[in-house]
Design a binder for this molecule. Structure first.
Ligand code: HEM
Length: 496
Protein backbone atom coordinates (compact mmCIF):
# COMPACT_ATOMS: atom_id res chain seq x y z
CA UNK A 1 0.00 0.00 0.00
CA UNK A 2 1.41 3.44 -0.86
CA UNK A 3 2.36 5.78 1.96
CA UNK A 4 -0.23 8.36 0.83
CA UNK A 5 -3.06 5.81 1.31
CA UNK A 6 -1.73 5.03 4.78
CA UNK A 7 -1.73 8.73 5.55
CA UNK A 8 -5.34 9.10 4.37
CA UNK A 9 -6.41 6.11 6.50
CA UNK A 10 -4.62 7.51 9.53
CA UNK A 11 -6.23 10.93 9.05
CA UNK A 12 -9.66 9.41 8.50
CA UNK A 13 -9.30 7.43 11.73
CA UNK A 14 -8.08 10.53 13.58
CA UNK A 15 -11.00 12.52 12.14
CA UNK A 16 -13.50 9.89 13.27
CA UNK A 17 -12.00 9.80 16.76
CA UNK A 18 -12.10 13.60 16.91
CA UNK A 19 -15.79 13.54 15.98
CA UNK A 20 -16.57 10.86 18.48
CA UNK A 21 -14.68 12.66 21.22
CA UNK A 22 -16.44 15.94 20.39
CA UNK A 23 -19.79 14.16 20.46
CA UNK A 24 -19.15 12.57 23.83
CA UNK A 25 -17.67 15.66 25.43
CA UNK A 26 -20.39 18.02 24.14
CA UNK A 27 -23.03 15.68 25.45
CA UNK A 28 -21.44 15.93 28.86
CA UNK A 29 -20.70 19.64 28.87
CA UNK A 30 -23.75 21.43 27.51
CA UNK A 31 -27.47 21.52 27.87
CA UNK A 32 -28.32 23.27 24.65
CA UNK A 33 -31.26 25.37 23.47
CA UNK A 34 -33.83 23.32 21.58
CA UNK A 35 -33.57 22.54 17.90
CA UNK A 36 -34.34 19.90 15.33
CA UNK A 37 -33.72 16.34 16.55
CA UNK A 38 -30.13 15.23 16.02
CA UNK A 39 -28.47 11.95 15.09
CA UNK A 40 -25.63 10.44 17.15
CA UNK A 41 -22.19 11.72 16.01
CA UNK A 42 -23.56 13.39 12.84
CA UNK A 43 -25.91 15.62 14.82
CA UNK A 44 -27.80 17.90 12.41
CA UNK A 45 -25.23 17.56 9.63
CA UNK A 46 -27.99 16.56 7.21
CA UNK A 47 -30.46 19.23 8.40
CA UNK A 48 -28.31 22.36 8.11
CA UNK A 49 -30.22 24.34 5.51
CA UNK A 50 -28.21 25.13 2.39
CA UNK A 51 -30.77 27.48 0.84
CA UNK A 52 -32.34 30.49 2.60
CA UNK A 53 -30.87 29.30 5.90
CA UNK A 54 -32.06 32.52 7.63
CA UNK A 55 -35.69 31.68 6.80
CA UNK A 56 -35.37 28.08 7.95
CA UNK A 57 -33.74 29.21 11.22
CA UNK A 58 -36.64 31.62 11.77
CA UNK A 59 -39.12 28.78 11.13
CA UNK A 60 -37.30 26.46 13.53
CA UNK A 61 -37.28 29.24 16.08
CA UNK A 62 -41.08 29.41 15.88
CA UNK A 63 -41.36 25.65 16.09
CA UNK A 64 -38.81 24.81 18.76
CA UNK A 65 -37.72 28.05 20.41
CA UNK A 66 -40.71 30.16 21.39
CA UNK A 67 -42.06 28.47 24.45
CA UNK A 68 -38.93 26.87 25.81
CA UNK A 69 -36.77 27.94 28.69
CA UNK A 70 -33.28 26.89 27.75
CA UNK A 71 -30.04 26.84 29.61
CA UNK A 72 -26.58 26.72 28.18
CA UNK A 73 -23.93 25.90 30.73
CA UNK A 74 -21.00 27.91 29.55
CA UNK A 75 -19.08 30.86 31.00
CA UNK A 76 -20.50 33.22 28.41
CA UNK A 77 -24.05 32.04 27.78
CA UNK A 78 -26.56 32.04 30.60
CA UNK A 79 -30.23 31.18 30.62
CA UNK A 80 -32.57 32.76 28.12
CA UNK A 81 -36.03 32.11 26.69
CA UNK A 82 -37.35 31.44 23.24
CA UNK A 83 -36.21 32.60 19.82
CA UNK A 84 -32.95 30.74 20.23
CA UNK A 85 -32.27 27.37 18.70
CA UNK A 86 -29.25 25.15 18.50
CA UNK A 87 -27.84 22.70 16.03
CA UNK A 88 -24.91 20.38 16.23
CA UNK A 89 -22.80 19.43 13.24
CA UNK A 90 -20.23 16.70 13.92
CA UNK A 91 -19.99 17.84 17.53
CA UNK A 92 -19.71 21.55 16.64
CA UNK A 93 -22.46 23.50 18.40
CA UNK A 94 -24.23 26.22 16.43
CA UNK A 95 -26.60 28.56 18.28
CA UNK A 96 -28.92 30.76 16.24
CA UNK A 97 -30.47 33.85 17.82
CA UNK A 98 -33.60 34.98 16.03
CA UNK A 99 -34.91 37.96 17.95
CA UNK A 100 -33.73 41.35 19.03
CA UNK A 101 -34.49 40.70 22.71
CA UNK A 102 -32.49 37.48 22.79
CA UNK A 103 -29.60 39.01 20.83
CA UNK A 104 -29.53 41.93 23.24
CA UNK A 105 -29.59 39.68 26.31
CA UNK A 106 -27.06 37.20 25.05
CA UNK A 107 -24.63 39.02 22.82
CA UNK A 108 -24.81 42.76 23.23
CA UNK A 109 -24.46 42.91 27.00
CA UNK A 110 -21.41 40.66 26.69
CA UNK A 111 -20.06 42.26 23.56
CA UNK A 112 -16.45 41.62 24.52
CA UNK A 113 -17.05 37.86 24.77
CA UNK A 114 -18.63 37.67 21.34
CA UNK A 115 -15.81 38.98 19.23
CA UNK A 116 -14.26 35.73 18.05
CA UNK A 117 -14.63 34.05 14.69
CA UNK A 118 -15.10 30.33 14.12
CA UNK A 119 -11.77 28.59 13.61
CA UNK A 120 -11.34 28.49 9.84
CA UNK A 121 -8.76 25.98 8.67
CA UNK A 122 -9.25 27.00 5.05
CA UNK A 123 -8.46 30.65 5.89
CA UNK A 124 -5.25 29.47 7.51
CA UNK A 125 -4.32 27.37 4.46
CA UNK A 126 -4.71 30.29 2.05
CA UNK A 127 -3.02 32.95 4.17
CA UNK A 128 -6.10 34.95 5.20
CA UNK A 129 -5.68 34.59 8.96
CA UNK A 130 -4.61 37.85 10.53
CA UNK A 131 -5.07 39.98 7.42
CA UNK A 132 -8.69 39.17 6.49
CA UNK A 133 -10.49 41.26 9.10
CA UNK A 134 -14.03 39.87 8.87
CA UNK A 135 -12.60 36.38 9.48
CA UNK A 136 -10.06 37.28 12.15
CA UNK A 137 -10.71 36.85 15.85
CA UNK A 138 -10.18 40.02 17.87
CA UNK A 139 -6.52 40.39 18.74
CA UNK A 140 -3.61 42.61 17.81
CA UNK A 141 -3.83 42.13 14.00
CA UNK A 142 -7.57 42.80 14.04
CA UNK A 143 -7.22 45.87 16.28
CA UNK A 144 -4.48 47.50 14.21
CA UNK A 145 -6.30 47.05 10.93
CA UNK A 146 -9.71 47.93 12.31
CA UNK A 147 -8.22 51.18 13.71
CA UNK A 148 -7.08 52.18 10.21
CA UNK A 149 -10.58 51.60 8.83
CA UNK A 150 -12.37 53.33 11.69
CA UNK A 151 -10.14 56.34 11.33
CA UNK A 152 -10.79 56.68 7.59
CA UNK A 153 -14.49 55.89 7.87
CA UNK A 154 -15.43 57.84 11.01
CA UNK A 155 -18.53 60.06 10.74
CA UNK A 156 -16.45 63.27 10.81
CA UNK A 157 -14.47 62.11 7.75
CA UNK A 158 -17.59 61.63 5.64
CA UNK A 159 -17.67 65.23 4.41
CA UNK A 160 -14.32 64.68 2.68
CA UNK A 161 -15.82 61.97 0.46
CA UNK A 162 -18.92 63.83 -0.64
CA UNK A 163 -17.21 65.26 -3.73
CA UNK A 164 -16.08 61.83 -4.94
CA UNK A 165 -19.46 60.28 -4.16
CA UNK A 166 -21.23 62.98 -6.19
CA UNK A 167 -18.80 62.53 -9.12
CA UNK A 168 -19.42 58.78 -9.10
CA UNK A 169 -23.18 59.27 -9.06
CA UNK A 170 -22.93 61.65 -12.03
CA UNK A 171 -20.84 59.08 -13.90
CA UNK A 172 -23.50 56.52 -13.13
CA UNK A 173 -26.22 58.81 -14.54
CA UNK A 174 -24.27 59.16 -17.78
CA UNK A 175 -23.84 55.43 -18.05
CA UNK A 176 -27.53 54.78 -17.40
CA UNK A 177 -28.42 57.30 -20.10
CA UNK A 178 -26.15 55.42 -22.56
CA UNK A 179 -27.34 51.94 -21.60
CA UNK A 180 -30.67 52.15 -19.76
CA UNK A 181 -31.09 48.36 -19.59
CA UNK A 182 -27.75 47.66 -17.91
CA UNK A 183 -28.45 49.24 -14.54
CA UNK A 184 -27.61 46.02 -12.75
CA UNK A 185 -24.11 46.10 -14.24
CA UNK A 186 -23.82 49.83 -13.60
CA UNK A 187 -24.14 49.25 -9.86
CA UNK A 188 -20.70 47.68 -10.05
CA UNK A 189 -18.31 48.70 -12.80
CA UNK A 190 -17.71 45.36 -14.52
CA UNK A 191 -14.94 46.76 -16.71
CA UNK A 192 -12.92 47.75 -13.67
CA UNK A 193 -10.00 45.37 -13.00
CA UNK A 194 -10.21 45.92 -9.22
CA UNK A 195 -13.91 45.14 -9.19
CA UNK A 196 -13.24 41.98 -11.20
CA UNK A 197 -10.61 40.56 -8.83
CA UNK A 198 -12.79 41.42 -5.88
CA UNK A 199 -15.71 39.56 -7.41
CA UNK A 200 -13.58 36.49 -7.99
CA UNK A 201 -12.82 36.46 -4.29
CA UNK A 202 -16.43 37.15 -3.28
CA UNK A 203 -17.59 34.23 -5.44
CA UNK A 204 -15.70 31.69 -3.31
CA UNK A 205 -16.56 33.19 0.09
CA UNK A 206 -19.76 31.22 0.79
CA UNK A 207 -17.84 27.95 0.37
CA UNK A 208 -15.16 29.07 2.76
CA UNK A 209 -17.19 30.64 5.56
CA UNK A 210 -20.59 29.01 5.93
CA UNK A 211 -20.65 26.33 8.67
CA UNK A 212 -20.48 22.84 7.22
CA UNK A 213 -19.61 24.04 3.70
CA UNK A 214 -15.99 22.82 3.66
CA UNK A 215 -14.80 19.54 5.08
CA UNK A 216 -11.47 21.05 6.27
CA UNK A 217 -13.37 23.51 8.46
CA UNK A 218 -15.48 20.74 9.96
CA UNK A 219 -12.47 18.42 10.38
CA UNK A 220 -9.42 20.68 10.49
CA UNK A 221 -7.06 17.71 10.66
CA UNK A 222 -7.78 17.09 6.95
CA UNK A 223 -6.05 20.39 6.23
CA UNK A 224 -2.75 18.58 6.80
CA UNK A 225 -3.26 16.76 3.50
CA UNK A 226 -1.99 18.29 0.25
CA UNK A 227 -5.08 20.04 -1.22
CA UNK A 228 -5.21 17.81 -4.36
CA UNK A 229 -5.88 14.80 -2.12
CA UNK A 230 -9.24 16.37 -1.22
CA UNK A 231 -10.14 16.70 -4.90
CA UNK A 232 -9.29 19.00 -7.78
CA UNK A 233 -12.19 21.32 -6.94
CA UNK A 234 -10.80 21.87 -3.47
CA UNK A 235 -7.26 22.37 -4.81
CA UNK A 236 -8.61 25.06 -7.21
CA UNK A 237 -10.45 26.73 -4.33
CA UNK A 238 -7.22 26.92 -2.33
CA UNK A 239 -5.35 28.36 -5.31
CA UNK A 240 -8.08 30.97 -6.04
CA UNK A 241 -8.37 31.89 -2.37
CA UNK A 242 -4.66 32.51 -2.02
CA UNK A 243 -4.17 34.40 -5.30
CA UNK A 244 -7.31 36.55 -5.24
CA UNK A 245 -6.76 37.72 -1.66
CA UNK A 246 -3.21 38.82 -2.52
CA UNK A 247 -4.55 40.61 -5.60
CA UNK A 248 -7.36 42.36 -3.73
CA UNK A 249 -4.95 43.66 -1.10
CA UNK A 250 -1.95 44.51 -3.25
CA UNK A 251 -3.01 45.38 -6.81
CA UNK A 252 -4.72 48.67 -5.85
CA UNK A 253 -1.75 49.43 -3.62
CA UNK A 254 0.81 48.82 -6.41
CA UNK A 255 -1.29 50.96 -8.75
CA UNK A 256 -1.52 53.90 -6.34
CA UNK A 257 2.20 53.62 -5.51
CA UNK A 258 3.13 53.61 -9.16
CA UNK A 259 0.88 56.64 -9.68
CA UNK A 260 2.55 58.43 -6.77
CA UNK A 261 5.98 57.75 -8.30
CA UNK A 262 5.03 59.16 -11.70
CA UNK A 263 2.65 61.86 -10.44
CA UNK A 264 -0.59 60.39 -11.87
CA UNK A 265 -2.13 59.04 -8.64
CA UNK A 266 -5.69 60.31 -8.22
CA UNK A 267 -6.94 61.52 -4.88
CA UNK A 268 -7.74 58.51 -2.68
CA UNK A 269 -7.73 57.41 0.94
CA UNK A 270 -4.80 55.13 0.14
CA UNK A 271 -2.77 57.94 -1.45
CA UNK A 272 -3.37 60.18 1.57
CA UNK A 273 -2.48 57.35 3.96
CA UNK A 274 0.70 56.45 2.10
CA UNK A 275 1.84 60.07 1.86
CA UNK A 276 1.40 60.43 5.64
CA UNK A 277 3.75 57.52 6.36
CA UNK A 278 7.24 58.45 7.43
CA UNK A 279 8.75 55.36 5.75
CA UNK A 280 7.81 52.74 3.21
CA UNK A 281 8.12 48.94 3.55
CA UNK A 282 7.30 49.15 7.24
CA UNK A 283 4.77 47.35 9.37
CA UNK A 284 2.66 50.56 9.39
CA UNK A 285 2.48 50.43 5.62
CA UNK A 286 1.40 46.79 5.66
CA UNK A 287 -1.30 47.53 8.27
CA UNK A 288 -2.56 50.50 6.23
CA UNK A 289 -2.71 48.51 3.00
CA UNK A 290 -4.41 45.55 4.70
CA UNK A 291 -6.90 47.83 6.50
CA UNK A 292 -7.95 49.65 3.33
CA UNK A 293 -7.89 46.45 1.26
CA UNK A 294 -10.33 44.97 3.77
CA UNK A 295 -12.56 48.02 3.60
CA UNK A 296 -12.69 47.67 -0.21
CA UNK A 297 -13.29 43.94 -0.01
CA UNK A 298 -16.10 44.29 2.55
CA UNK A 299 -17.71 47.32 0.87
CA UNK A 300 -18.29 46.13 -2.65
CA UNK A 301 -20.93 43.42 -2.53
CA UNK A 302 -22.74 44.73 0.50
CA UNK A 303 -23.23 48.10 -1.18
CA UNK A 304 -24.04 46.89 -4.70
CA UNK A 305 -26.44 44.22 -3.48
CA UNK A 306 -28.29 46.81 -1.40
CA UNK A 307 -28.57 48.98 -4.50
CA UNK A 308 -29.94 46.05 -6.47
CA UNK A 309 -32.45 45.36 -3.69
CA UNK A 310 -33.54 49.00 -4.00
CA UNK A 311 -33.99 48.69 -7.78
CA UNK A 312 -36.03 45.49 -7.43
CA UNK A 313 -38.21 47.01 -4.72
CA UNK A 314 -38.93 49.99 -6.98
CA UNK A 315 -39.91 47.77 -9.93
CA UNK A 316 -42.27 45.85 -7.68
CA UNK A 317 -43.72 49.00 -6.09
CA UNK A 318 -44.33 51.68 -8.75
CA UNK A 319 -46.63 53.56 -6.33
CA UNK A 320 -43.63 54.13 -4.05
CA UNK A 321 -41.77 55.70 -6.96
CA UNK A 322 -44.69 58.02 -7.67
CA UNK A 323 -44.70 59.33 -4.10
CA UNK A 324 -40.89 59.64 -4.10
CA UNK A 325 -40.95 61.66 -7.30
CA UNK A 326 -43.55 64.07 -5.88
CA UNK A 327 -41.27 64.76 -2.95
CA UNK A 328 -38.13 65.09 -5.10
CA UNK A 329 -39.83 67.42 -7.61
CA UNK A 330 -40.91 69.66 -4.76
CA UNK A 331 -37.54 69.80 -2.97
CA UNK A 332 -34.88 69.21 -5.66
CA UNK A 333 -36.48 69.75 -9.09
CA UNK A 334 -34.93 68.37 -12.31
CA UNK A 335 -32.04 70.73 -12.85
CA UNK A 336 -29.56 69.47 -10.28
CA UNK A 337 -28.37 66.40 -8.43
CA UNK A 338 -29.74 66.08 -4.88
CA UNK A 339 -27.13 66.91 -2.28
CA UNK A 340 -26.66 66.02 1.34
CA UNK A 341 -28.19 69.32 2.48
CA UNK A 342 -31.48 68.13 0.96
CA UNK A 343 -31.52 65.03 3.13
CA UNK A 344 -33.52 66.42 6.10
CA UNK A 345 -36.15 67.72 3.65
CA UNK A 346 -36.69 64.35 1.96
CA UNK A 347 -38.33 62.14 4.61
CA UNK A 348 -39.95 59.77 2.11
CA UNK A 349 -36.59 59.12 0.39
CA UNK A 350 -35.12 58.46 3.84
CA UNK A 351 -37.94 56.02 4.53
CA UNK A 352 -37.25 54.22 1.22
CA UNK A 353 -33.60 53.91 2.18
CA UNK A 354 -34.50 52.52 5.62
CA UNK A 355 -37.05 50.09 4.20
CA UNK A 356 -34.48 48.85 1.67
CA UNK A 357 -32.10 47.93 4.51
CA UNK A 358 -34.90 46.16 6.37
CA UNK A 359 -36.57 44.42 3.46
CA UNK A 360 -33.46 42.96 1.87
CA UNK A 361 -30.60 42.85 4.38
CA UNK A 362 -27.53 41.80 2.39
CA UNK A 363 -25.84 40.13 5.35
CA UNK A 364 -28.71 38.11 6.83
CA UNK A 365 -26.56 36.12 9.24
CA UNK A 366 -23.73 37.40 11.45
CA UNK A 367 -21.32 34.97 13.06
CA UNK A 368 -19.42 35.18 16.32
CA UNK A 369 -17.92 32.68 18.65
CA UNK A 370 -17.72 32.63 22.39
CA UNK A 371 -16.10 29.63 24.02
CA UNK A 372 -17.43 26.36 22.66
CA UNK A 373 -20.10 27.40 20.13
CA UNK A 374 -20.64 29.25 16.90
CA UNK A 375 -23.32 31.87 17.52
CA UNK A 376 -25.29 33.19 14.57
CA UNK A 377 -27.31 36.39 14.89
CA UNK A 378 -30.19 36.10 12.42
CA UNK A 379 -30.55 39.74 11.29
CA UNK A 380 -33.06 38.71 8.63
CA UNK A 381 -35.39 37.19 11.26
CA UNK A 382 -35.13 40.30 13.45
CA UNK A 383 -35.88 42.64 10.53
CA UNK A 384 -38.81 40.45 9.38
CA UNK A 385 -40.41 40.02 12.78
CA UNK A 386 -44.17 40.03 12.18
CA UNK A 387 -45.03 41.89 15.37
CA UNK A 388 -42.45 44.61 14.91
CA UNK A 389 -43.00 44.92 11.15
CA UNK A 390 -46.54 43.92 10.09
CA UNK A 391 -46.48 42.33 6.61
CA UNK A 392 -42.70 42.05 6.82
CA UNK A 393 -42.25 40.83 3.24
CA UNK A 394 -43.98 43.89 1.78
CA UNK A 395 -41.90 46.95 0.92
CA UNK A 396 -43.58 49.76 2.86
CA UNK A 397 -41.54 52.92 3.42
CA UNK A 398 -44.57 54.36 5.31
CA UNK A 399 -43.62 52.28 8.33
CA UNK A 400 -40.81 54.78 8.87
CA UNK A 401 -43.01 57.89 8.75
CA UNK A 402 -45.08 59.38 11.56
CA UNK A 403 -48.63 60.65 10.97
CA UNK A 404 -47.08 64.12 10.46
CA UNK A 405 -44.74 62.71 7.79
CA UNK A 406 -41.58 62.81 9.92
CA UNK A 407 -38.98 60.02 9.88
CA UNK A 408 -39.38 57.51 12.71
CA UNK A 409 -36.03 56.19 13.88
CA UNK A 410 -35.54 52.41 14.05
CA UNK A 411 -32.56 51.25 16.12
CA UNK A 412 -33.10 47.64 14.93
CA UNK A 413 -31.97 48.67 11.45
CA UNK A 414 -28.46 48.76 12.88
CA UNK A 415 -28.54 44.97 12.69
CA UNK A 416 -28.25 45.27 8.91
CA UNK A 417 -24.71 46.40 9.74
CA UNK A 418 -23.89 43.69 12.29
CA UNK A 419 -23.65 44.08 16.05
CA UNK A 420 -21.33 44.55 18.98
CA UNK A 421 -17.60 45.00 18.57
CA UNK A 422 -17.66 43.65 15.02
CA UNK A 423 -20.24 46.13 13.77
CA UNK A 424 -19.54 47.35 10.23
CA UNK A 425 -16.94 50.15 10.28
CA UNK A 426 -18.14 51.26 6.81
CA UNK A 427 -21.74 51.95 7.80
CA UNK A 428 -21.49 55.76 7.66
CA UNK A 429 -19.89 55.58 4.24
CA UNK A 430 -22.54 53.11 3.05
CA UNK A 431 -25.28 55.31 4.47
CA UNK A 432 -24.12 58.33 2.42
CA UNK A 433 -23.46 56.35 -0.79
CA UNK A 434 -26.80 54.56 -0.72
CA UNK A 435 -28.84 57.63 0.13
CA UNK A 436 -27.25 59.67 -2.66
CA UNK A 437 -27.77 56.89 -5.18
CA UNK A 438 -31.42 56.37 -4.25
CA UNK A 439 -32.25 60.08 -4.28
CA UNK A 440 -30.42 60.72 -7.56
CA UNK A 441 -31.76 57.78 -9.53
CA UNK A 442 -35.32 58.59 -8.48
CA UNK A 443 -34.87 62.27 -9.37
CA UNK A 444 -33.90 61.52 -12.96
CA UNK A 445 -35.38 58.13 -13.89
CA UNK A 446 -38.46 55.95 -13.75
CA UNK A 447 -37.45 52.40 -12.87
CA UNK A 448 -39.48 49.98 -15.00
CA UNK A 449 -39.68 46.35 -16.03
CA UNK A 450 -37.68 45.59 -19.17
CA UNK A 451 -39.53 44.28 -22.23
CA UNK A 452 -38.64 41.32 -24.47
CA UNK A 453 -38.33 41.38 -28.27
CA UNK A 454 -42.14 41.12 -28.54
CA UNK A 455 -42.67 44.10 -26.29
CA UNK A 456 -43.88 41.97 -23.38
CA UNK A 457 -42.78 42.94 -19.90
CA UNK A 458 -40.17 40.61 -18.35
CA UNK A 459 -41.46 39.60 -14.91
CA UNK A 460 -39.43 40.32 -11.76
CA UNK A 461 -40.16 38.12 -8.76
CA UNK A 462 -38.04 39.82 -6.08
CA UNK A 463 -36.36 36.59 -4.91
CA UNK A 464 -32.93 36.76 -3.34
CA UNK A 465 -29.92 34.46 -3.73
CA UNK A 466 -30.57 31.40 -1.61
CA UNK A 467 -27.10 30.80 -0.21
CA UNK A 468 -24.36 33.25 0.41
CA UNK A 469 -22.66 35.18 3.17
CA UNK A 470 -23.54 38.46 1.48
CA UNK A 471 -26.56 38.09 -0.74
CA UNK A 472 -28.64 40.15 -3.12
CA UNK A 473 -31.55 39.73 -5.54
CA UNK A 474 -31.30 36.95 -8.12
CA UNK A 475 -30.55 38.25 -11.65
CA UNK A 476 -33.37 40.39 -13.03
CA UNK A 477 -33.99 42.71 -15.98
CA UNK A 478 -35.13 46.30 -15.83
CA UNK A 479 -34.95 49.53 -17.75
CA UNK A 480 -34.55 53.09 -16.57
CA UNK A 481 -36.52 55.71 -18.46
CA UNK A 482 -35.29 59.33 -18.16
CA UNK A 483 -38.00 61.56 -16.70
CA UNK A 484 -36.66 64.63 -18.49
CA UNK A 485 -33.80 63.68 -20.83
CA UNK A 486 -32.87 67.26 -21.74
CA UNK A 487 -32.68 68.40 -18.14
CA UNK A 488 -30.50 65.42 -17.34
CA UNK A 489 -28.14 66.19 -20.22
CA UNK A 490 -27.87 69.79 -18.99
CA UNK A 491 -27.01 68.56 -15.49
CA UNK A 492 -24.35 66.23 -16.88
CA UNK A 493 -22.87 68.98 -19.07
CA UNK A 494 -22.66 71.37 -16.13
CA UNK A 495 -20.46 68.88 -14.31
CA UNK A 496 -18.19 67.92 -17.19
C1 HEM B 1 -24.96 48.41 2.54
C2 HEM B 1 -23.70 48.36 2.81
C3 HEM B 1 -23.11 47.50 3.91
C4 HEM B 1 -23.69 46.56 4.69
C5 HEM B 1 -25.15 46.08 4.68
C6 HEM B 1 -22.66 46.04 5.58
C7 HEM B 1 -22.87 45.07 6.54
C8 HEM B 1 -21.88 44.57 7.37
C9 HEM B 1 -22.11 43.60 8.41
C10 HEM B 1 -23.46 42.98 8.74
C11 HEM B 1 -20.93 43.36 9.01
C12 HEM B 1 -20.68 42.42 10.19
C13 HEM B 1 -20.46 41.03 9.67
C14 HEM B 1 -20.29 40.02 10.79
O1 HEM B 1 -20.53 40.30 11.96
O2 HEM B 1 -19.91 38.90 10.47
C15 HEM B 1 -19.93 44.16 8.33
C16 HEM B 1 -18.60 44.14 8.63
C17 HEM B 1 -17.67 44.88 7.94
N1 HEM B 1 -17.91 45.86 7.00
FE1 HEM B 1 -19.69 46.36 6.24
N2 HEM B 1 -21.49 46.67 5.30
C18 HEM B 1 -21.71 47.58 4.30
C19 HEM B 1 -20.81 48.44 3.73
C20 HEM B 1 -19.49 48.53 4.08
C21 HEM B 1 -18.56 49.50 3.57
C22 HEM B 1 -18.95 50.63 2.59
C23 HEM B 1 -17.34 49.21 4.13
C24 HEM B 1 -16.04 49.93 3.95
C25 HEM B 1 -15.86 51.06 3.30
C26 HEM B 1 -17.51 48.05 4.99
C27 HEM B 1 -16.52 47.43 5.72
C28 HEM B 1 -16.71 46.39 6.61
C29 HEM B 1 -15.64 45.68 7.29
C30 HEM B 1 -14.15 45.91 7.10
C31 HEM B 1 -16.24 44.73 8.14
C32 HEM B 1 -15.55 43.74 9.07
C33 HEM B 1 -15.48 44.31 10.47
C34 HEM B 1 -14.90 43.35 11.49
O3 HEM B 1 -14.99 42.14 11.31
O4 HEM B 1 -14.40 43.84 12.49
N3 HEM B 1 -18.83 47.67 4.95
N4 HEM B 1 -20.55 44.91 7.35
Amino acid sequence: MSSSYLLVDALAAAAFLTLFYRYISRKRALILPPGPPRLPVFGNAFDVPKDYAWKQYAKWSEKYGQSSQSHVRSPSLTSFTGDVISLEVFGQTIIVINSHSALKDIVLVRSATFTGRPYNRFAEMVGWTGSNIPLTTVGRSWRERRRVMENCLRPAAMREYRGVQTQKVLRLLGRILDKPNDIVDHTHDIDDRFVKINEELQAILPFTILPGALIVNTLPILGCLPPWMLGQKFADLVETGRRSWEEVLYEPYEWVKEGMRNGTAKESILRTGLSNLADTDTKEERVLVDGLGNAYFAAIETTTFTLKAFIVSMILNPHVQVRAREELDRVVGHERVPDFNDRPNLPYIEAIFMETLRWGPTTPLGFCIPKGAIVIGNAWAILHDRVQYPEPDSFKPERYLSAEGRVVDDPLLDYAFGYGTRKCPGRHFADATLWLYIATVLTFFKICKATDENGREIPVDGRFEPRSVVHGPLPFSCTLVPRDGRALERVLQQHQ
